[in-house]
Ligand binder design. Structure first.
Ligand code: TMO
Length: 309
Protein backbone atom coordinates (compact mmCIF):
# COMPACT_ATOMS: atom_id res chain seq x y z
CA UNK A 1 0.00 0.00 0.00
CA UNK A 2 2.74 2.40 1.01
CA UNK A 3 4.67 1.56 -2.10
CA UNK A 4 1.69 2.22 -4.31
CA UNK A 5 1.11 5.63 -2.72
CA UNK A 6 4.75 6.42 -3.23
CA UNK A 7 4.57 5.39 -6.84
CA UNK A 8 1.48 7.48 -7.43
CA UNK A 9 3.11 10.44 -5.75
CA UNK A 10 6.18 9.99 -7.90
CA UNK A 11 4.20 9.84 -11.13
CA UNK A 12 2.12 12.80 -10.05
CA UNK A 13 5.11 14.93 -9.19
CA UNK A 14 6.84 14.09 -12.50
CA UNK A 15 3.72 15.08 -14.39
CA UNK A 16 3.21 18.31 -12.53
CA UNK A 17 6.89 19.18 -12.84
CA UNK A 18 6.65 18.90 -16.58
CA UNK A 19 3.50 20.97 -16.62
CA UNK A 20 4.97 23.54 -14.28
CA UNK A 21 8.09 24.10 -16.31
CA UNK A 22 8.52 27.71 -17.36
CA UNK A 23 9.57 28.01 -20.98
CA UNK A 24 11.68 31.02 -21.96
CA UNK A 25 11.95 31.90 -25.62
CA UNK A 26 15.43 32.01 -27.13
CA UNK A 27 15.60 34.15 -30.28
CA UNK A 28 18.54 34.62 -32.63
CA UNK A 29 20.53 37.67 -31.59
CA UNK A 30 23.15 37.54 -28.88
CA UNK A 31 21.96 39.82 -26.10
CA UNK A 32 18.56 38.15 -26.09
CA UNK A 33 20.08 34.68 -25.86
CA UNK A 34 22.41 35.66 -23.01
CA UNK A 35 19.62 37.45 -21.15
CA UNK A 36 17.40 34.38 -21.51
CA UNK A 37 20.12 32.23 -19.95
CA UNK A 38 20.58 34.78 -17.14
CA UNK A 39 16.83 34.83 -16.52
CA UNK A 40 16.64 31.03 -16.46
CA UNK A 41 19.42 30.90 -13.88
CA UNK A 42 17.73 33.50 -11.70
CA UNK A 43 14.41 31.68 -11.87
CA UNK A 44 16.20 28.46 -10.88
CA UNK A 45 17.70 30.25 -7.89
CA UNK A 46 14.15 31.19 -7.03
CA UNK A 47 13.34 27.46 -6.99
CA UNK A 48 11.49 27.23 -10.29
CA UNK A 49 11.78 24.75 -13.16
CA UNK A 50 12.86 26.43 -16.37
CA UNK A 51 13.50 25.36 -19.92
CA UNK A 52 14.84 27.37 -22.85
CA UNK A 53 13.00 26.96 -26.13
CA UNK A 54 14.24 28.30 -29.47
CA UNK A 55 11.87 30.31 -31.59
CA UNK A 56 12.04 32.82 -34.42
CA UNK A 57 10.51 36.23 -33.83
CA UNK A 58 7.76 35.32 -36.29
CA UNK A 59 6.84 32.11 -34.46
CA UNK A 60 7.15 33.47 -30.93
CA UNK A 61 3.81 35.29 -31.06
CA UNK A 62 1.82 32.09 -31.59
CA UNK A 63 3.83 30.29 -28.91
CA UNK A 64 3.23 33.08 -26.38
CA UNK A 65 -0.45 33.43 -27.29
CA UNK A 66 -1.11 29.73 -26.77
CA UNK A 67 1.07 29.22 -23.72
CA UNK A 68 3.43 26.90 -25.58
CA UNK A 69 6.10 29.33 -24.37
CA UNK A 70 5.82 31.74 -21.47
CA UNK A 71 8.28 34.64 -21.57
CA UNK A 72 10.33 36.62 -24.10
CA UNK A 73 12.92 38.93 -22.56
CA UNK A 74 13.66 41.40 -25.39
CA UNK A 75 10.82 42.76 -27.50
CA UNK A 76 12.21 45.57 -29.68
CA UNK A 77 9.99 48.39 -30.84
CA UNK A 78 11.53 48.83 -34.30
CA UNK A 79 10.97 45.25 -35.41
CA UNK A 80 8.16 43.97 -33.20
CA UNK A 81 5.82 46.75 -32.07
CA UNK A 82 3.05 46.08 -34.60
CA UNK A 83 2.43 42.43 -33.60
CA UNK A 84 3.20 43.04 -29.93
CA UNK A 85 0.76 45.93 -29.58
CA UNK A 86 -1.96 44.08 -31.42
CA UNK A 87 -1.65 40.96 -29.24
CA UNK A 88 -1.47 42.94 -25.99
CA UNK A 89 -4.57 44.86 -26.96
CA UNK A 90 -6.38 41.60 -27.76
CA UNK A 91 -5.25 40.27 -24.33
CA UNK A 92 -3.49 37.36 -26.01
CA UNK A 93 -0.14 38.23 -24.43
CA UNK A 94 1.04 40.39 -21.51
CA UNK A 95 3.21 43.48 -21.57
CA UNK A 96 5.69 42.83 -18.74
CA UNK A 97 7.26 46.24 -18.78
CA UNK A 98 10.13 48.28 -20.13
CA UNK A 99 13.84 47.92 -19.91
CA UNK A 100 15.57 51.27 -19.40
CA UNK A 101 17.45 50.77 -22.67
CA UNK A 102 16.54 52.98 -25.61
CA UNK A 103 16.83 51.20 -28.92
CA UNK A 104 17.24 51.79 -32.61
CA UNK A 105 17.12 49.24 -35.45
CA UNK A 106 18.02 50.59 -38.85
CA UNK A 107 20.05 50.42 -42.05
CA UNK A 108 23.69 50.99 -41.11
CA UNK A 109 27.01 51.44 -42.94
CA UNK A 110 30.71 51.63 -41.98
CA UNK A 111 32.07 55.19 -41.97
CA UNK A 112 34.49 54.63 -44.89
CA UNK A 113 31.43 54.39 -47.18
CA UNK A 114 30.83 58.15 -46.76
CA UNK A 115 33.77 58.95 -49.05
CA UNK A 116 32.15 56.85 -51.79
CA UNK A 117 28.62 58.11 -51.29
CA UNK A 118 28.60 61.83 -50.52
CA UNK A 119 25.64 63.06 -48.50
CA UNK A 120 25.36 60.08 -46.14
CA UNK A 121 23.91 59.51 -43.60
CA UNK A 122 20.96 61.25 -45.32
CA UNK A 123 18.95 58.56 -47.13
CA UNK A 124 18.68 60.67 -50.30
CA UNK A 125 22.39 60.04 -50.88
CA UNK A 126 21.47 56.39 -51.51
CA UNK A 127 19.55 57.43 -54.62
CA UNK A 128 22.71 58.61 -56.37
CA UNK A 129 24.99 55.79 -55.29
CA UNK A 130 22.88 52.65 -55.03
CA UNK A 131 25.13 50.93 -57.57
CA UNK A 132 28.20 50.92 -55.30
CA UNK A 133 26.23 48.54 -53.06
CA UNK A 134 25.51 46.10 -55.88
CA UNK A 135 27.48 42.90 -56.28
CA UNK A 136 28.86 43.85 -59.68
CA UNK A 137 29.16 47.59 -59.14
CA UNK A 138 26.20 48.26 -61.39
CA UNK A 139 22.46 47.74 -61.15
CA UNK A 140 20.43 47.56 -57.95
CA UNK A 141 22.14 48.04 -54.64
CA UNK A 142 21.88 45.24 -52.09
CA UNK A 143 20.65 45.90 -48.57
CA UNK A 144 21.49 43.02 -46.21
CA UNK A 145 18.67 42.40 -43.77
CA UNK A 146 18.27 40.11 -40.77
CA UNK A 147 15.43 37.62 -40.38
CA UNK A 148 13.37 39.93 -38.17
CA UNK A 149 10.14 41.57 -39.23
CA UNK A 150 10.94 44.71 -41.16
CA UNK A 151 9.05 46.64 -43.82
CA UNK A 152 12.20 47.01 -45.94
CA UNK A 153 10.60 46.13 -49.27
CA UNK A 154 7.77 48.55 -48.56
CA UNK A 155 10.21 51.30 -47.63
CA UNK A 156 12.34 50.74 -50.73
CA UNK A 157 9.19 51.08 -52.83
CA UNK A 158 7.81 54.09 -50.96
CA UNK A 159 11.11 55.98 -51.12
CA UNK A 160 11.80 54.83 -54.67
CA UNK A 161 15.23 53.41 -53.88
CA UNK A 162 17.09 51.32 -56.42
CA UNK A 163 17.76 48.54 -53.91
CA UNK A 164 16.89 44.91 -53.32
CA UNK A 165 16.87 43.06 -50.00
CA UNK A 166 19.04 40.08 -49.20
CA UNK A 167 17.86 38.35 -46.03
CA UNK A 168 20.31 36.38 -43.89
CA UNK A 169 19.18 33.94 -41.24
CA UNK A 170 20.75 35.30 -38.06
CA UNK A 171 22.91 37.97 -36.47
CA UNK A 172 26.15 36.04 -36.98
CA UNK A 173 25.62 36.04 -40.75
CA UNK A 174 25.27 39.84 -40.70
CA UNK A 175 28.56 40.28 -38.83
CA UNK A 176 30.31 37.83 -41.14
CA UNK A 177 29.32 39.97 -44.14
CA UNK A 178 30.30 43.13 -42.28
CA UNK A 179 33.74 41.76 -41.35
CA UNK A 180 34.52 40.73 -44.92
CA UNK A 181 33.44 44.09 -46.37
CA UNK A 182 35.21 46.02 -43.61
CA UNK A 183 38.53 44.26 -44.13
CA UNK A 184 38.62 45.30 -47.80
CA UNK A 185 36.76 48.63 -47.35
CA UNK A 186 34.03 47.50 -49.69
CA UNK A 187 30.73 49.43 -49.58
CA UNK A 188 28.06 47.68 -47.54
CA UNK A 189 24.74 48.70 -46.05
CA UNK A 190 23.15 46.28 -43.62
CA UNK A 191 20.74 45.95 -40.74
CA UNK A 192 22.17 46.82 -37.34
CA UNK A 193 20.85 47.97 -34.02
CA UNK A 194 21.78 49.62 -30.78
CA UNK A 195 22.53 48.66 -28.05
CA UNK A 196 24.81 46.10 -29.61
CA UNK A 197 28.50 45.14 -29.40
CA UNK A 198 29.05 46.23 -33.04
CA UNK A 199 29.32 49.92 -32.12
CA UNK A 200 32.28 49.14 -29.84
CA UNK A 201 34.24 47.44 -32.67
CA UNK A 202 33.21 49.05 -35.97
CA UNK A 203 32.99 52.72 -36.84
CA UNK A 204 29.73 53.44 -38.63
CA UNK A 205 26.38 55.18 -38.75
CA UNK A 206 22.69 54.60 -39.23
CA UNK A 207 21.03 55.92 -42.40
CA UNK A 208 18.79 58.87 -41.58
CA UNK A 209 15.45 58.16 -43.23
CA UNK A 210 12.49 60.54 -42.75
CA UNK A 211 11.62 60.50 -39.05
CA UNK A 212 9.31 57.74 -37.90
CA UNK A 213 5.76 58.52 -36.92
CA UNK A 214 3.08 55.94 -36.26
CA UNK A 215 0.96 57.45 -39.06
CA UNK A 216 3.67 56.54 -41.55
CA UNK A 217 2.74 52.86 -41.17
CA UNK A 218 -1.00 53.44 -41.50
CA UNK A 219 -1.71 56.34 -43.76
CA UNK A 220 -0.35 56.46 -47.32
CA UNK A 221 -0.97 60.22 -47.46
CA UNK A 222 1.52 60.76 -44.64
CA UNK A 223 5.06 61.65 -45.70
CA UNK A 224 6.81 62.38 -48.97
CA UNK A 225 5.09 59.63 -50.96
CA UNK A 226 1.30 60.16 -50.98
CA UNK A 227 0.62 56.71 -52.46
CA UNK A 228 2.46 54.34 -50.14
CA UNK A 229 2.98 53.72 -46.45
CA UNK A 230 6.47 53.20 -44.94
CA UNK A 231 8.07 56.30 -46.44
CA UNK A 232 9.95 56.76 -43.13
CA UNK A 233 12.68 55.17 -41.02
CA UNK A 234 12.35 53.09 -37.86
CA UNK A 235 11.86 54.74 -34.46
CA UNK A 236 14.88 56.37 -32.81
CA UNK A 237 14.88 56.07 -29.05
CA UNK A 238 12.59 53.05 -29.37
CA UNK A 239 11.48 50.95 -26.41
CA UNK A 240 12.60 47.55 -25.26
CA UNK A 241 10.10 45.41 -23.35
CA UNK A 242 9.41 41.97 -21.98
CA UNK A 243 6.41 39.86 -22.96
CA UNK A 244 4.57 36.93 -21.43
CA UNK A 245 1.76 34.45 -22.01
CA UNK A 246 -1.56 35.74 -20.63
CA UNK A 247 -1.65 33.09 -17.88
CA UNK A 248 1.70 33.76 -16.22
CA UNK A 249 0.53 35.94 -13.33
CA UNK A 250 -1.78 33.21 -12.17
CA UNK A 251 0.51 30.29 -12.88
CA UNK A 252 3.83 31.72 -11.66
CA UNK A 253 3.26 34.94 -9.69
CA UNK A 254 6.80 34.95 -8.30
CA UNK A 255 8.51 34.30 -11.61
CA UNK A 256 6.38 36.93 -13.27
CA UNK A 257 7.25 39.49 -10.61
CA UNK A 258 10.92 38.71 -11.04
CA UNK A 259 10.66 39.11 -14.80
CA UNK A 260 8.80 42.40 -14.43
CA UNK A 261 11.72 43.56 -12.25
CA UNK A 262 14.40 42.65 -14.78
CA UNK A 263 15.54 45.90 -16.33
CA UNK A 264 18.67 46.53 -18.37
CA UNK A 265 20.14 49.75 -19.73
CA UNK A 266 21.99 50.24 -23.03
CA UNK A 267 25.42 49.54 -21.56
CA UNK A 268 24.24 46.30 -19.96
CA UNK A 269 22.63 44.99 -23.15
CA UNK A 270 25.67 45.75 -25.26
CA UNK A 271 27.97 44.20 -22.63
CA UNK A 272 25.93 40.98 -22.69
CA UNK A 273 26.39 40.70 -26.44
CA UNK A 274 30.11 41.59 -26.25
CA UNK A 275 30.79 38.73 -23.82
CA UNK A 276 29.94 36.36 -26.68
CA UNK A 277 30.66 38.25 -29.91
CA UNK A 278 33.84 39.99 -28.78
CA UNK A 279 35.18 37.82 -25.94
CA UNK A 280 34.14 34.52 -27.52
CA UNK A 281 32.32 32.97 -24.55
CA UNK A 282 29.42 30.57 -25.07
CA UNK A 283 25.99 32.00 -24.30
CA UNK A 284 25.79 30.04 -21.10
CA UNK A 285 29.31 30.95 -19.96
CA UNK A 286 28.48 34.59 -20.69
CA UNK A 287 25.39 34.30 -18.51
CA UNK A 288 27.42 32.76 -15.67
CA UNK A 289 30.02 35.49 -15.93
CA UNK A 290 27.38 38.20 -16.00
CA UNK A 291 25.69 36.78 -12.90
CA UNK A 292 29.04 36.60 -11.12
CA UNK A 293 29.94 40.21 -11.94
CA UNK A 294 26.55 41.88 -11.47
CA UNK A 295 25.36 40.55 -8.13
CA UNK A 296 23.95 43.86 -6.92
CA UNK A 297 21.91 44.33 -10.06
CA UNK A 298 20.21 40.95 -10.14
CA UNK A 299 19.80 40.71 -6.38
CA UNK A 300 17.67 43.82 -6.55
CA UNK A 301 15.35 41.98 -8.95
CA UNK A 302 14.87 38.85 -6.83
CA UNK A 303 11.50 38.33 -5.20
CA UNK A 304 11.45 37.69 -1.47
CA UNK A 305 8.67 36.15 0.67
CA UNK A 306 7.88 33.91 -2.18
CA UNK A 307 6.89 30.28 -1.86
CA UNK A 308 7.20 28.07 -4.89
CA UNK A 309 4.80 29.03 -7.63
C1 TMO B 1 15.59 42.37 -32.88
N1 TMO B 1 16.91 42.90 -33.24
C2 TMO B 1 17.58 43.46 -32.03
C3 TMO B 1 17.74 41.84 -33.83
O1 TMO B 1 16.74 43.89 -34.13
Amino acid sequence: MKRLTLLILLIFSTLTTAENTIRLIVNNWTSQVVLSHVTAKLLERQGLDVELTESSVTDQWGALSHGAAHFQMEVWEGTMSAKFNRLVKAKRILDLGFHNAKTREEWWYPSYVEALCPGLPDWKALKACSSIFSKTGEGKGVYIAGPWEKPDEARIRALDLNFKVEVVSNGDDLWEKLKIAYSTKRPIVLFNWTPNWVESRFDGKFIEFPNYEHECEKNPKWGINPNFIHDCGNPKGGWLKKAGWSGVDEMWPCATRLIRNINLNNQQISNMSALVDVDGLSHEAAADKWIKNNTKTWQSWMVTNCNHD
